[in-house]
Design a protein around this ligand. Sequence first.
Ligand SMILES: Cc1cc2nc3c(=O)[nH]c(=O)nc-3n(C[C@H](O)[C@H](O)[C@H](O)COP(=O)(O)OP(=O)(O)OC[C@H]3O[C@@H](n4cnc5c(N)ncnc54)[C@H](O)[C@@H]3O)c2cc1C
Length: 449
Amino acid sequence: MSAAASPATASRVTLSPDDPGYDAAVAPFNTTLTPRPALVVEARSPDDVVAAVRRAAADGLAVTVQATGHGLVTDLADSLLVSTRHLDSVRVDAEAATAVVGGGATWKQVIAAAAPHGLMPVCGSASGVGVAGFLLGGGHGPLSREFGVGSDHLRRVRLVTADGVERDVDADRDPELFAALRGGKAGFGIVTELEVGLVPVARLYAGGVFFPGEAAPTILPAWRDWVATLPDEASSSVALLRLPPDPTLPPPLQGRFVVHLRFTTTVSAERGAELLAPVRALAEPIADLVGEMPAAALDAVHSDPTDPMPVWDASALLSELPDTALDALLAVAGPGVETPLIMAELRAFGGAIDRGCGEPDSVAGRGAAFGLYSLAPMFPPVAAVAPAVAKGVVDALTPWSVGALPNFRGLADGGVLGPLWDDATYARLLEVAHRYDPDGLFRRAGWRL
Ligand SMILES: Cc1cc2nc3c(=O)[nH]c(=O)nc-3n(C[C@H](O)[C@H](O)[C@H](O)COP(=O)(O)OP(=O)(O)OC[C@H]3O[C@@H](n4cnc5c(N)ncnc54)[C@H](O)[C@@H]3O)c2cc1C
């Protein structure tokens, strides 16, 4: 039972592996992993989080935390898992252009509350992702070249630290802890509530163009050159996708190998079409879905999967993409390659991502030109080779790799975070983590403690 909760409350919120509801409470988005924490506390209030942290300390269990399970990369063994998924309140202050969000809310909920006011959060490509998990890792999304990473908009965080105390943290009250929470990812506490700024974006010119995969050798170098010409108000990514024969996909895309070029801009549709024109004309598209859309429909740009499935993923940040790098990518993921890969994706960064928010933070990878992400399916008959296939994409581009983003740390890395930051930032993160969690109650995968 939870240390500080009444027996009735505790029986509702604390689950052991044999309890009904345990599997649903720990379920990850990537079903390759079967997490087996020793206990799960389904927090319904910040007090439940406080009680859970105190109980873990008393029982000698490490504390882990999960909201949606989109970022699970370890099996959580021997830990007390605090599930924040029920702490999902969202309050938008339209005048201040801010949202006060529970520690388990998703971007979808924030978007739904913000959109009626013509406002958007700086979120990622998939709105099913949790707000806290995303922002703690910085958070790179389709609006980031114009508005910065998600954590640039973080105003305040309320979190429960290892001593079981709930604290309000912002740039004035505890600048060092606040800077750690802006991109330092894991190990400082459990967020019960946060306040984030919203941007005045109601509509977009955005979407994806699907080209035949055979055009990849033409499209990739042209895309690389083209993204360098885009204003900060526009962003793009490109993915080599091996689509399944899924009847819910539009018929021309079912079972096809395609190049999926994504484009997002806040400029007018007319100007957006001008910007996109050079790459639109690179090949005859199978489907061209770029157009005017409500900003709240941002998920349609990447069309990331929304249902859990077993995958293996790997990622890297790249300093540049010379022709040799693109050739290396095509050699492992391009046309004619027999591979079970689902996706090899390049995202173009730069713009406001590199400028930062003008306050101390811990965002990794500012200055990297591109993000690389690969995904392979973990089901028969290819599961045995999927890890090597996903990792092989990242390995092929090692000469251009300049680290990785904590949010994209996949199974290939076991969620190891330590090497992602420059030495000074990493030393600062360790110092703050030691100050607030001297006994290492919160699990920090791969940190050199
Ligand atoms: C389909 C998909 C698309 C994605 N797109 C993007 C993208 O465009 N840009 C991007 O930057 N990332 C993206 N991500 C990565 C995502 O931001 C991270 O995986 C993030 O950690 C997910 O947070 P979560 O709460 O949804 O996941 P969870 O698995 O619930 O949490 C992951 C981790 O976040 C931390 N965390 C979560 N909640 C709390 C809390 N309340 N207090 C303290 N720590 C907490 C913990 O360290 C936890 O282990 C994507 C992931 C997926 C699966």
